[in-house]
Write a protein that binds this ligand. Structure first.
Ligand SMILES: NC(=O)c1ccc[n+]([C@@H]2O[C@H](COP(=O)([O-])OP(=O)(O)OC[C@H]3O[C@@H](n4cnc5c(N)ncnc54)[C@H](O)[C@@H]3O)[C@@H](O)[C@H]2O)c1
Length: 315
């Protein structure tokens, strides 16, 4: 049995356990792409492979049609938009992915961003480095309200954390699991109720046609005066120009972004907006999440090639 592996972090020491496990199971051909593979390069690399642990390669219909021996594509990640899943299904190839493995990491980052916005940690650090010594009055989170837009894997972890520090937690999700929310002391609410009434709004929905610009200009300016906005999900969910304006005018006390319409970020009004924390899409970048993702991607390909449903098939 032969397996191609292309994620760049496969050879990092954090993935030693996953790599050793895979090597005990099959012959492993690990390739680290310096730039995206062309279709022909991928077809050549996949020649004779039964399994494929895929990084961010474009797995097109042409690639799939030209790899008759391939049985399983195990995506090393949550997204599978770069894999032509329709072509894979037509060819009888199982596609798997690794959902939920980074939920704690992203939720902890979102909580960190809330605390930073509330206490101006990054802002004051910059001021001290610039020679100033003028403490800013911040806001406590205990007793305040937070609204989580998108109560999925990350939203649920975040609710656990915000409840843990004594916030009242609301959540909006069109597919809300009301019983789960109730059990975890999270109040189900409409998106506009949350946006208008919460001290902090944190966005955790996927980017889709229906969620594009979900935190629109109108919604930003309907937020409470002095509210805080967090986007640690995807660019395109929040109107960034409107958020920058709301920061300039003081409508928003602070905002934090880990994802942007255009990445890397450049020529954005957010770069000069006051009280904006801007991060390089770092939400899932922890040793723990990387290790969990590697183990799950490897387990998925091993289970599927051993004839078992791994439980993480793309439907
Ligand atoms: N910053 C990072 O590094 C990072 C890392 C991982 C994921 N993310 C982002 O976070 C998002 C959420 O991740 P997740 O693992 O929680 O996904 P998930 O699929 O578990 O949860 C997403 C939730 O959003 C809900 N949803 C769908 N449409 C909605 C809408 N119109 N309004 C409100 N909720 C809606 C879904 O019902 C689901 O419960 C991802 O799609 C991704 O964009 C960011």
């Amino acid at each position: 049995m032969k397996i191609l592996v292309t994620p760049r972090s496969f050879k990092n020491s954090v993935n030693d356990e996953a790599r050793e496990k895979l090597e005990r199971f099959a012959e492993v051909k690990a390739v680290r792409p310096e730039k995206p593979f062309t279709e022909d390069e991928l077809i050549a690399l996949l020649d004779g492979c039964d399994g494929y642990v895929a990084g961010l390669d474009n797995v097109t219909a042409k690639v799939i049609e030209n790899c008759p021996q391939l049985k399983v594509i195990s995506r090393w990640g949550v997204g599978y938009d770069k894999v032509d899943t329709a072509a894979a299904s037509k060819a009888g190839i199982t596609v798997t992915y690794t959902p939920g493995v980074m939920a704690v990491s992203v939720a902890e980052l979102a909580l960190g961003l809330m605390l930073d916005c509330a206490r101006r940690i990054t802002v004051q650090d910059g001021q001290v480095r610039g020679g100033a010594w003028a403490p800013i009055n911040g806001m406590e989170l205990f007793g305040k309200t937070v609204g989580i837009i998108g109560y999925g894997a990350i939203g649920k972890q975040l609710g656990r954390l915000t409840n843990g520090i004594g916030m009242t937690t609301y959540a909006y999700d069109p597919f809300m699991n009301e019983a789960y929310a109730k059990e975890h002391n999270v109040l189900a609410a409409d998106i506009d109720f949350i946006v208008r009434n919460c001290d902090i709004v944190s966005v955790h929905v996927p980017y889709m046609e229906s969620t594009k610009n979900i935190i629109s200009r109108e919604r930003i300016f309907s937020m409470k005066d002095g509210a805080i906005l967090i986007n640690a999900a995807r660019g395109g969910l929040v109107d960034e120009a409107a958020a920058a304006e709301a920061l300039q005018s003081g409508k928003l006390a602070a905002a934090a972004f880990d994802a942007f319409e255009q990445e890397p970020l450049k020529d954005s009004p957010l770069l000069t907006a006051p009280n904006a924390i801007l991060l390089p899409h770092t939400g899932s970048h922890t040793v723990d999440a990387t290790k969990r993702m590697g183990m799950l991607a490897v387990d998925n390909v091993i289970r599927e090639l051993s004839g078992t449903d791994c439980g993480y098939r793309v439907k």
